[in-house]
Design a protein around this ligand. Structure first.
Ligand SMILES: NC(=O)c1ccc[n+]([C@@H]2O[C@H](COP(=O)([O-])OP(=O)(O)OC[C@H]3O[C@@H](n4cnc5c(N)ncnc54)[C@H](O)[C@@H]3O)[C@@H](O)[C@H]2O)c1
Length: 345
């Protein structure tokens, strides 16, 4: 069987991880990479042994008809034009989360994928996280009885907004982490957000020169009547041992599950200044090969493309997460409850 030929749009931090994973997959190889900053694309191409380099994805689409699928790993707000162009060229796509940051862009992607008959997945990788996946399995097996409610905190330390993402002010913690949170809640609650009541606060990151909301607290009612509390912020002090702060509880009539996926005691590294908890469940390398659940979701895209099986995240579910987050944003801005508008989905 011929290997699936992949190309990557966006040769940043996460785009390079995509390249490593495809090249480590027995059924895939990376044939081309593109970045507006062509020097960056060239660097990734050299390190990851990618033969073709471009500075414009339209040029890449025209010059590389042999490519089967594209990974779109551009900033949160820059997924839709590339996704639509790939679909129009008949290419399958893996879009980094979130699917898009506007209603219009989400629907443009859905329409292009449907009309051109291509396959598409959004990398909402929390579904591959071992504790979250086990919670989902326990719910499916009836071990919790009837689920009643959940609490989910998924925060980042300040460094992510101030140093890691050059485009943080053009995105939001809702897009960067909230997309994972709401997708996981919809998935685990077996429903989707119906109405949200959210508040937000700002000032810490603005004081550090990043003009963006610090944190959101959202109360969510689901279509099946269950409830959840969701917290997303990026003002955790940088001394936090883990970049993420992840706490989760889900309560049913028979049992409850709690998850602390950040300050686990699996491994701690002690320096003179700081104790550090490496993200070894999320991503690491074992004898040079990428390993961890953040990589499993990307590998799964290739597996399902090769086997013809359904992806484990549908495009509709990814759009539902974005539409829910738009309601959170609106609720926080107006300080009023907002019904999620799924019209047209
Ligand atoms: N699944 C995960 O665990 C995970 C982790 C980090 C980031 N992400 C997601 O991956 C995406 C990229 O994040 P990142 O951290 O790699 O950002 P980054 O800034 O490191 O890289 C983005 C790259 O895209 C390039 N780019 C922007 N517009 C482009 C265009 N039109 N054509 C070609 N290149 C373009 C930029 O020049 C930049 O090099 C985001 O959506 C982010 O949310 C996912």
């Amino acid at each position: 069987m011929d290997k699936i030929k992949m190309a990557i749009i966006g040769a940043g931090l996460w785009g390079e991880n995509h390249a490593k994973i495809y090249n480590a997959h027995p059924l895939a190889e990376v044939a081309a990479v593109c970045d507006l900053d062509v020097a960056k694309a060239r660097g990734v191409a050299e390190r990851q042994r990618i033969p073709k380099v471009y500075g414009d994805y339209m040029e890449m689409l025209k010059a590389c008809p042999e490519i089967d699928a594209f990974a779109i790993v551009t900033p949160d707000f820059a997924h839709a034009d590339a996704a639509v162009a790939c679909a129009e060229h008949g290419k399958h796509i893996l879009i980094e989360k979130p699917i898009a940051t506007t209603r219009e862009d989400s629907f443009r992607i859905l329409k292009a994928v449907r009309e051109h008959g291509v396959r598409a997945m959004v990398d909402l990788h929390n579904r591959w996280s071992p504790p979250f996946h086990s919670a989902w399995q326990a719910i499916r097996d009836g071990k919790l009885g009837e689920v009643q409610g959940a609490y989910y905190r998924l925060n980042d330390c300040k460094w992510v907004a101030t140093d890691m993402l050059p485009w943080a002010a053009k995105s939001s913690i809702l897009w960067f982490l909230g997309s994972h949170s709401l997708d996981s809640l919809n998935w685990l609650m077996g429903s989707r957000a119906k109405r949200v009541y959210a508040v937000s606060s700002s000032g810490v990151l603005k004081g550090l020169g990043v003009d963006v909301v610090d944190q959101y607290l959202s109360t969510i009612e689901f279509e099946n009547g269950k409830i959840a509390q969701m917290e997303n912020g990026w003002i955790t002090p940088n001394a936090n041992p883990c970049v993420n702060d992840i706490k989760f509880t889900i309560t049913g009539t028979k049992a409850m599950i709690t998850i602390d996926a950040s300050n686990h005691t699996l491994m701690q590294q002690y320096g003179d200044d700081k104790m550090f908890v490496p993200d070894i469940m999320v991503k690491t390398n074992i004898f040079g090969a990428p390993f961890g659940f953040a990589f499993e979701s990307i590998r799964s895209f290739v597996d399902c493309l090769a086997s013809g099986e359904e992806f484990h995240v549908t495009l509709k579910e990814a759009a539902e997460a974005t539409l829910g987050l738009l309601a959170v944003k609106q609720s926080a801005e107006t300080r009023m409850p907002v019904e999620v508008d799924y019209g047209g989905l």
